[in-house]
Design a protein around this ligand. Structure first.
Ligand code: NAP
Length: 299
């Protein structure tokens, strides 16, 4: 279907249009409205997703008010992913495993269920990698994206994960929080990030997951891992979605490995959110086209 045909299918916004929301602070740079509205348009759904930036103190009032006013579902982004948890009625597996929520589904009875579709996003990144046994992995970073990646790696069958972080205490806190809980049976090790620790742990690993912002636009020439440490059989999942491919993904592919970028991750988490909200299998290609078109215009 051409873009013009798709535009014709988009219903006008009326009083009947269902409204979804994203909460973030700031929210102006969030990409979820772009991909979700593209999915609504492609599916001919009479729905729109718009951004709100409540103050931290006003988060619960904003949540209760929007739900009372008939909001159809929410996306939650930084800094509210953990703060929203106690305000919800129940948590899905992914939210329980991470203690963080990026998607709120609203039941017919008004009950609020929190999910973390970043976990599903990383799992779908695994599906894009060659099928082979992977025991050891290295993850760079110990922030919000890292939590989701830990839960997903455990589900994907990784048995040993070294978490390398600039601030070692933060990696240790993540291990303490997730070992035996959200990380399941996966063994976790917290390591301070250095040239030596990186080389040592990567030598044993079959997978590298980058959850640091290193390599993100406008510093797309940077990489968290020197090309000399990359090799065949060291596949890469990179959270960074701009540029696409990142230098890390490019270097990994040049070394003969497979690499999946943050574009796949961000689309996959949105696909799963739409399933929770509307029960639809959204048009992933339309979501991807909206995202990559938008990002390429801004390069
Ligand atoms: P975060 O909570 O702020 O955590 C960032 C982590 O990266 C921290 O562990 C931090 O280490 C480390 N870090 C930051 N700058 C670094 C540097 N220059 N060198 C080495 N380590 C550094 O952020 P987040 O929410 O996890 O997000 C991380 C990145 O992933 C962001 O760029 C975000 O856009 C991206 N992301 C993408 C997706 C997707 O769908 N593709 C989803 C989530 C996040 P310290 O502890 O030492 O500060």
């Amino acid at each position: 279907m051409s873009a013009a045909d798709q535009t014709k299918k988009v219903p006008p916004i009326t009083g009947a249009t269902r409204v979804f929301a994203i909460f973030g602070r700031p929210v102006g740079h969030a990409l979820s409205p772009l991909i979700h509205n593209a999915a609504f348009a492609a599916a001919g759904e009479d729905a729109v997703l718009v951004g709100f930036s409540p103050s931290p103190k006003g988060l619960e009032t904003a949540l209760r008010g929007l739900v009372a006013a008939g909001c159809a579902g929410l996306t939650i982004t930084i800094p509210f992913k953990t703060e929203i948890v106690p305000m919800l009625d129940e948590l899905g597996d992914s939210a329980r495993a991470t203690g963080a929520v990026n998607t709120v589904a609203i039941g017919k009875d008004g009950r609020l269920t929190g999910h973390n579709t970043d976990v599903d996003g990383v799992l779908r990144c695994f599906e894009r990698l060659p099928k082979r046994p992977r025991e050891r992995a290295v993850m760079l970073g110990a922030g919000g994206a890292a939590r989701a990646a830990v839960a997903a790696m455990s589900r994907a069958g990784i048995s040993q994960l070294a978490i390398l972080n600039r601030t070692q205490a933060k990696a240790e806190a993540l291990v303490a929080e997730m070992a035996g809980k959200g990380a399941g049976p996966m063994m976790l090790e917290a390591v301070g990030l250095s040239d030596q620790s990186l080389a040592h742990h990567l030598a044993e690993a079959a997978l590298l997951v980058n959850t640091t912002p290193v390599g993100m636009y406008p510093r797309g020439d940077e990489t968290p891992v020197p090309a000399a440490l990359l090799r065949e059989r060291l596949d890469v999942i990179d959270a960074i979605y701009r540029p696409d491919p990142t230098r890390l993904c490019h270097d990994a592919r040049s070394a003969g490995a497979a690499a999946v970028s943050g574009v796949d991750w961000i689309i996959a988490q949105g696909v799963v959110a739409l399933k929770y909200w509307l029960g639809i299998e959204p048009d992933e290609a339309a979501m991807r086209a909206a995202l990559t078109g938008f990002l390429s215009q801004r390069n």
